[in-house]
Ligand binder design. Sequence first.
Ligand code: ZN
Length: 120
Amino acid sequence: MICTVCKNDFKGVVNQTICSDCLKRRSQRGKKIKTPNTITTNLFTNPSNNITVQISSGISWLWVFLFGPIYWAIKGVWTHVVASFCLAIVTFGISIFIYPFFTYSILRKHYINKGWEPAE
Ligand SMILES: [Zn+2]
């Protein structure tokens, strides 16, 4: 039998048109890779109690802009408490205008690192 995808000869069951290698590759492609960049949901589930929470709102970026390190401290993202504070000093405050753009990816990464599961 000849695989219709890779054109290689393969042994399969009757009427099989795709070799098992291509089938495997196909099913892997179907799975969404969950990284902070591919996830768009702000709903995350805590695996220890199965409670789903909204980790950010439509105006979370504004809180980051206005309160910077204080916002990260409330959220418990301690690396960004330090990072946003230091960057603001080093860049003479310019980073305050840039940080809001990263609000959502930072929050998603934070919850993924804590072991929480994206709810969608
Ligand atoms: Zn194939």
